[in-house]
Design a protein around this ligand. Structure first.
Ligand code: CP
Length: 296
């Protein structure tokens, strides 16, 4: 593994190794020291969980962290992003964690030549992929259920604009889980093979083991959305949440839209902060593997 761009580039062995290492970091039985590694975070879209947990992971691995600030950088003088990163490579940056609104930019950047080897880690690319989120979600689900084969997993909400949904589906398809997507027509987007689509919440939630709510991506939606209609038919409430279902959400949550506020106090929703916590261990594992592969 040289980069982490998309779940579809990972072998089953890569995924198992990431999960195993994350488990060792969580238990405190793996201690890695990457004192000679220099890692830059480049976030061109807002973030709380991904950015802070990557920063925590870098610190815990004893690597050096550099927060690239686009506003004060020479990108504002018209420098090309490839030239910027090539200069970071020459300065001594070994890995770049990138979040951007483009579906394809990180892949294109990772295929170019640099002054020194540099690893790219996708921290969210457009609506295409959010592989570290899918891996931390998978880690969280597996810790609870161990085997996801035949488990019913319902992904609810703005599937059309969700990189989280796309990466999770890519990963869950390998497990034998029964993947259901529940969304109104205006949030379905392009249908994905191997997924069952529902428009009726009651039917979709039947026998659900896991319900994964998605944020409505207001910043990516061009057309008018009838939020009242969405809340009436798709909001997760105390009444419609199955008693034993495990409730997940990648965050940030639009309280009172995707999920009724009171539901967040229920036992079912405790998972949501566990997802955020597990993000640190997964990101430590990924950085540990990529930096070790560079001999750092
Ligand atoms: N889940 C997620 O990507 O959250 P942030 O946008 O806060 O990083």
């Amino acid at each position: 593994m040289k980069h982490l761009i998309d779940i579809k580039n990972l072998t089953t062995d890569d995924i198992n190794q990431i999960l195993a290492r994350a488990g060792e970091f969580e238990k405190g039985i793996r201690k890695s020291n990457h004192i000679n590694a220099h890692v830059a975070t480049m976030f061109f879209e807002n973030s709380t969980r991904t950015k802070m947990s990557f920063e925590m992971a870098i610190n815990k691995l004893n690597a050096r962290k550099y927060d690239f600030c686009a506003q004060t950088s020479s990108l504002n003088k018209g420098e090309d992003l490839y030239d910027t990163i090539n200069n970071l490579s020459a300065i001594g940056i070994n890995a770049v964690i990138l979040r951007d609104s483009s579906d394809t930019l990180i892949k294109e950047l990772s295929e170019k030549k640099y002054y020194e080897p540099i690893s790219f880690i996708n921290a969210g690319s457009g609506i295409a992929a959010h592989p570290t989120q899918a891996l931390l979600d998978f880690y969280t689900m597996k810790k609870h259920f161990f085997d996801l084969a035949n488990r019913v997993i319902v992904i609810v909400g703005d599937i059309a604009h969700s990189r989280v949904a796309r990466s999770n589906i890519e990963l869950l398809k390998r497990t034998g889980a029964k993947i259901r997507c529940l969304a109104p027509e205006y949030f379905v987007g392009e249908k994905i093979e191997g997924v069952e689509y529902y428009t009726d919440l009651k039917i979709a939630f039947e026998e659900a083991d896991i319900i994964m709510a998605l944020r409505i991506q207001k910043e990516r939606i061009q057309e008018h959305v009838n939020f009242e209609d969405y809340i009436k038919n798709y909001q997760i409430t105390r009444e419609n949440l199955p008693y034993a279902a495990f409730l997940m959400h990648p965050g940030p949550i639009n309280r009172g839209i995707e999920i009724e506020s009171e539901v967040l106090e229920m036992q079912n929703a405790k998972t949501i902060l566990t997802q955020a916590r597990n993000g640190v261990f997964i990101r430590m594992a990924i950085l540990d593997m990529l930096l070790s592969a560079q001999g750092l």
